[in-house]
Design a protein around this ligand. Structure first.
Ligand code: ATP
Ligand code: MG
Length: 266
């Protein structure tokens, strides 16, 4: 397996506010390798979701990418090229990502059609991705509508749809926030396994420093649209350099005093 590299440089997002331009994301640089989890953390509103959306050119109306490039293995790519083929995404609320009147089969085939895959080979790709995402009973699940599935099953199906693209990178924006604790752990286990078995590079947006301790190799900390600190997870926990990082770590340790990367949650 050759190691892949995704590099975001100088990413900048703006909006209009009271007749003036306002910068929401300012010159963000991030590098992500295949087989690693980079956690993107920071207070609410610091620009984590905007960063992911800007890299893939799926920003909300009224905001725009004012600068920045995305390189894959050293080559600049358009967001259109990056989206789907190189970077798959999973989001916070899986239920809202599915069309309520369509089955999982319909979603899976739509995903493969959008990727330009012909009919032959689709079933095998769908089955392999679903099994890898922990959805073993493939024919039964493909016949289900979103309302017939739990949040955990839907999030596994989101992961399966991401795997169907065979993209080497995954952007996961708070993928466990809306799930109960047991399912959260199952999804984190799944992401960890996919990092190892598929060599997936994962950009994991989270508020939860426990999740960072458990899963991330490196951490990037955002504050007011900028990356203020990046480093290996151990360094960031034990020697936070920036006040924002110290606040995040202190807030976490005040809730879970014994939790650190050296003593992962079980
Ligand atoms: N559609 C929009 N138009 C204009 N500004 C927006 C829009 N959506 C978000 N913002 C602003 O962009 C900034 C960054 O928001 P973003 O959603 O990236 O934060 P975040 O770090 O993901 O926060 P959270 O942890 O709450 O998800 C915030 O100031 C937010 O108010
Ligand atoms: Mg967000």
């Amino acid at each position: 397996m050759t190691s892949r590299c995704l590099e975001i440089s100088g990413l900048t997002v703006r909006t209009m506010c009271d007749g003036r331009e306002r910068e929401l994301v300012s010159g963000v640089d991030l590098a992500l390798e295949g087989g690693e989890v980079l956690a993107l953390v920071g207070a609410s509103g610091s620009g984590k979701s905007m960063t992911c959306a800007a890299a893939l050119d799926v920003l909300p109306p009224g905001t725009w990418r004012a600068g920045g490039t995305v390189e894959l293995d050293g080559q600049v790519r358009t967001a259109r090229e990056v989206r789907g083929a190189y970077v798959a995404t999973i989001l916070q609320n899986p239920r809202s990502a599915f069309n309520p009147v369509r089955t999982m089969r319909s979603h899976a085939h739509e995903t493969l059609r959008a990727l330009g895959m012909g009919r032959s080979g689709r079933n095998a790709r769908v089955e392999a991705a679903m099994i890898d995402a922990g959805l073993e009973d493939v024919p039964r699940i493909l016949a289900l509508h979103p309302f017939e599935m739990s949040g955990g099953m839907l999030q596994r199906m989101m992961v399966a749809l991401a795997l169907m693209s065979e993209a080497p990178f995954l952007f996961a924006d708070e993928p466990t926030t809306d799930l109960d604790l047991i399912v959260q752990r199952e999804i984190l286990d799944l992401l960890e396994r996919l990092k190892k078995t598929r060599g997936l590079g994962i950009l994991l947006v989270t508020h939860d420093m426990g999740v960072v301790a458990r899963l991330a190799d490196r951490v990037a900390v955002m504050d007011a649209g900028r990356i203020v600190e990046t480093g290996p997870v151990m360094d960031v926990f034990h020697r936070p350099a920036h006040p924002t990082t110290r606040r995040l770590v202190d807030a976490h340790l005040s809730l879970y005093p014994t939790l650190s990367p050296a003593e992962p949650a079980t």
